[in-house]
Write a protein that binds this ligand. Structure first.
Ligand code: ADP
Ligand code: MG
Length: 391
């Protein structure tokens, strides 16, 4: 049988390969992406997949990349992983400019410093679980750290499967092997491209948490693409939001993004939002939901708001409160009890709004009944130019 250990001795894996390189000075940021652009094709038919994207990630950060399909997420990841070259811009990993390296040098650098987990797990069908995991280390003529390997097998629940072939594993288990393989080389950075789409929601969450746990221990920097914003918000240190045109819209913590969305795109993309058209005349604001206008005495326009364009007010469901004395009159259309909160659909002058009320407030101020007429007040609202309807 083929042996995958360089010294050919199965049971003799010296513990000499250290997971952490002994003396290594990390620059401030493990990853720096500088003015990165990528166009596929040329001339009029060129697709500008990535537009002037810049950001940096300190060592040990767990960054999620989110955005609509086609917004350049995979393109960005391929550039960071040095799998493809940009049209312009730079990527520095650990201070090293990857695109200035010669092909051979880059191959070695990639193998030692960058771990990949792709949608398709790219496992080698003829190799067992264990062999698949240590394969990149062996490719590099290094010896796997046996203790770390055992730890990974344990954490990822693969111990009983170590001698199985990929074809004998479930999708979830195959994915775990891919994760272990990416981790075992002690890469400085691991990139994951929607690695969890094949798993059901529960497994997916568990997986992300496991990666998170291992990542915390190893201090690896992780950049992962996901379409599951909710779990991303819970797990990542920061989230990068890509706009549909391939530019980076915002990179921030959950708090930044929820409380200070950079623009309308982020506000709408993350979480649930309500929009109401408004009319501004001097300091007077009128809400114009559609069928009826509501002069809005409480409303304030932030200083510097550009009023030359038509504006809309954006407000989150949990930033609308019931107030029976308010002149903004609504009718409750539907009320759904969700355990920790009530979800209401109300109608304001012909427009449907979503309102969330936590159960404590509902107990304190009363639960709204379907069909009930009452008033609302708006908190933490913001103004955005009305969205242009594309032809
Ligand atoms: P995402 O991962 O966010 O869905 P991608 O990075 O895959 O987006 O793609 C961004 C844009 O670039 C899309 O419009 C896509 O069609 C285009 N694109 C991606 N790869 C190629 C390619 N190899 N050749 C031409 N166009 C591409
Ligand atoms: Mg993609």
């Amino acid at each position: 049988m083929l042996s995958f250990y360089p010294d050919g001795e199965r049971g003799m894996m010296p513990n000499s390969f250290s997971r952490t390189n002994p003396i290594r000075r990390y620059p401030m940021n493990l990853l720096e992406v500088q003015s990165l652009s990528k166009a596929y094709g040329q001339g009029e038919t060129a697709v500008h997949a990535l537009k002037n994207v810049s950001f940096s990630v300190p060592k040990g950060e767990y960054v999620a990349v989110v955005g609509e399909s086609g917004s350049g997420k995979s393109t960005l990841l391929n550039m960071v992983g040095a799998l493809d070259t940009p049209t312009s811009g730079k990527v520095l990993i650990d201070g090293k400019d990857t695109f200035s390296m010669k092909e051979k040098q880059l191959t070695v650098f990639r193998r030692r410093n960058i771990g990949f987990i792709f949608q398709s797990f790219n496992l080698i069908p003829e190799l067992t679980v264990e062999q698949n995991i240590i394969f990149p280390v062996l490719l590099d003529y290094r010896k796997p750290d046996k203790r770390y390997l055992e730890e990974l097998l344990t954490v990822l629940n693969l111990k009983e499967r170590r001698r199985h072939l990929p074809s004998q594993l479930s999708g979830g288990q195959q994915q775990r092997v891919a994760i272990a393989r990416a981790l075992v080389s002690n890469s400085s950075i691991i990139v994951l491209d929607e690695p969890i789409t094949n798993l059901d929601a529960k497994l997916r969450e568990q997986m992300l948490e496991e990666i998170r746990e291992i990542q915390r221990k190893s201090g690896t920097t992780v950049l992962y693409i996901t379409h599951d914003q909710q779990s991303a918000l819970q797990l990542c240190d920061r989230m990068a939001i890509m706009e549909p045109d391939g530019s980076l819209c915002q990179l921030g913590t959950d708090e930044d993004i929820i409380l200070h969305p950079a623009n309308r795109f982020t506000f709408e993309f993350i979480g649930v939002s309500n929009f109401i058209p408004v009319e501004v005349a001097g300091s007077a604001i009128t809400l114009r939901p559609g069928q009826k206008d509501f002069p809005w005495a409480d409303g304030k326009l932030p200083e510097g708001t550009d009023t030359s364009k038509k504006l809309e007010l954006g407000v989150r469901p949990n930033d609308i409160v019931f107030d029976k004395d308010s002149s903004l009159r609504v009718t409750v259309k539907r009320s759904v009890f969700l355990g920790s909160e009530y979800d209401y659909f109300v109608e304001l002058g012909g427009r449907e709004l979503r309102i969330q009320q936590n159960t404590l407030d509902a107990a304190k101020y009363g639960v709204m009944r379907e069909g009930q007429e009452t008033g609302i007040r708006l908190l933490n609202y913001r103004f955005y130019p009305e969205k242009e309807v594309s032809a």
